[in-house]
Design a protein around this ligand. Structure first.
Ligand code: UDX
Length: 480
């Protein structure tokens, strides 16, 4: 077949490691680079240093096939690759809202200084708009000008827990390029993805655009998703005082294809390593560019999201009859089981996780908090060592005065409320994700509270009137 370019991925964190493994799986010769020797040794030994379904075995298979290797050497990386993907982290800057680009800077300069032939450097990290041009200037400064090294930008849209699928079968490929050569190189780099799509009779839309648009696509997509979640959580706040039920409201508006039902689940709000940080960095960058007003609503999106966490603490206090203290309710050693620590299921990531933040807030307010999570325990224990971590769901709920389900793991959704009811001190449950079968829990004697209804009680109440299933029209219906 056609000649495939050799690919390197700089930064073997979540993004880079996933990409390196998946592109090797597609048949490319791949080299992963990181400055962290321990991380490189782990990956080279066939172990993925984070939890991502399916990735471990894919890593081992491609190491064995010899298509995938790892290194800490810039020289080896520079000599190996035709295309170098920059996948390092861009954390929130200490003491600010903007993104910290120091890892991007060191990866680009380290690589550029060692290049000995023409290559394409492609940014994948989520960055403030304008970064690609700045990377181009860095390359001009540090690479041998005679080589003609070029820069491009190609954002990624990985969701943790679905990352393998998202790389191999992307919803779209976006590339920001300045030359036909860069465009052709990136097209070749995605050949494996296009071929796979053809065999599966799918299409992968490609958007070829300028640097600024390519950079903005990523943050715009995340800002939209965050806004959608906060929108439905704002409706939850209204339902809580008006006596509506946000779950039914969400279903009802989600059937409109212009709105869509996905990312419209109210609950404890969004967390993770991307959405919260990205909407803050986006605001900071817009401010710098003089478009701060345009993104002022993202501040509200953030505030709505933060209020969801407080709402759970408030519900807990109501259920337990806790007295109000000077800075909020006081839980006086009430024993609370928190089920879930990660920011979402299918992940071991606890960064900015609502579940863990709520657990910590309850503990600060005097509760004895017992946490269980199917995948997130090691990370959670490192982040909040003052909490009590239990190895099983049963151990976490035993003796509890209140159970809070804060991450919608299947293990919690399918737990038997009658069985759990025999373990607790009192049958009170807060369903922070509206993910439990409220009727079944109530039938098992639980006092149940969901999110987004008055006192959390209205949801799933049987409709007074059950409409008949509409029959399909047999004849055209006259308008009017
Ligand atoms: C997100 C984007 O989806 C992805 O495209 C981007 O590349 C990185 O950021 P991720 O952080 O893995 O991915 O998580 P995602 O599945 O988007 O969930 C984010 C948060 O929103 C989670 O805490 C989740 O529980 C919450 N969420 C999601 C809701 O509260 N309600 C919803 O309806 C959907």
């Amino acid at each position: 077949g056609e000649q495939r370019p050799r690919l390197t991925f700089l930064g073997t964190g979540y993004l880079g490691a996933t990409y390196a493994v998946c592109f090797a799986e597609l048949g490319y010769e791949v080299l992963g680079f990181d400055v962290d020797a321990a991380k490189i040794a782990t990956l080279a030994g066939g172990v993925v240093p984070f939890f991502e379904p399916g990735l471990d075995e894919m890593l081992q298979r491609n190491l064995a096939a010899g298509r995938l290797r790892f290194t800490t050497s810039y020289q080896e990386t520079a000599d190996f690759g035709d295309i170098h993907f920059i996948c390092v982290g861009t954390p929130q800057r200490a003491g600010g809202m903007g993104a910290d680009l120091s890892h991007v800077e060191s990866a680009v300069t380290g690589l550029a200084a060692h290049l000995r032939r023409k290559a394409l450097i492609v940014g994948k990290s989520t960055v403030p708009v304008g970064t690609a041009e700045w990377v181009e200037r860095l390359v001009d400064k540090h690479a041998d000008a005679a080589l003609g090294v070029e820069v491009a930008w190609s954002p990624e849209f990985l969701q943790e827990g679905f990352a393998v699928q998202d790389v191999l079968r992307p919803s779209r490929v976006v590339v920001g390029v300045r030359s036909d050569w860069a465009g052709a190189m990136l097209y070749a780099a995605h050949g494996g993805i296009f071929d796979l799509a053809v065999t599966e009779d799918r299409e992968v839309p490609v958007v070829v655009t300028d640097f600024a648009t390519a950079e903005l696509v990523k943050v715009a997509a995340n800002a939209f998703l965050a806004t959608k979640i906060s929108f439905i959580n704002a409706m939850a706040e209204v339902c809580e005082v008006a006596g509506g039920d946000v779950t039914q409201l969400s279903r009802a508006i989600g059937y409109d294809p212009r709105i869509g039902s996905r990312f419209l689940h109210a609950g404890v709000g969004f967390g993770g390593g991307c959405l919260p940080k990205d909407i803050r960095a986006f605001q900071a960058r817009a401010q710098e560019l003089g478009a701060g007003e345009a993104l002022r609503f993202l501040h509200e999106v953030d505030l709505i999201n933060q209020r969801r966490r407080g709402r759970v603490v408030q519900l807990a206090a109501e259920l337990l009859g806790c007295p109000a203290g000077p800075v909020g309710p006081y839980f006086d050693d009430a024993r609370v089981a928190v089920l879930g620590a990660t920011f979402k299921p299918h992940s071991d990531d606890v960064r900015d996780a609502p579940a863990l933040a709520i657990a910590a807030a309850l503990a600060r307010a005097g509760a004895e908090v017992h946490v269980h999570d199917p995948q997130g325990m090691p990370n959670a224990a490192r982040a909040q060592p003052q909490l009590i971590f239990e190895d099983s769901l049963d151990d976490a709920v035993r003796g509890a005065d209140l159970v809070c389900v804060l991450t919608e793991w299947a293990e919690f959704r399918t737990a038997d409320p009658a069985h759990l009811g025999r373990l607790v001190a009192a049958r009170r449950v807060i369903d922070g994700r509206n993910c439990l079968d409220a009727a079944a829990w109530r039938a098992a004697g639980w006092q149940y509270r969901g999110m987004g209804s008055r006192a959390g009680e209205a949801e799933a109440a049987a409709p007074v009137y059950r409409p008949p299933t509409p029959r399909p029209a047999t004849a055209p219906v006259a308008a009017g």
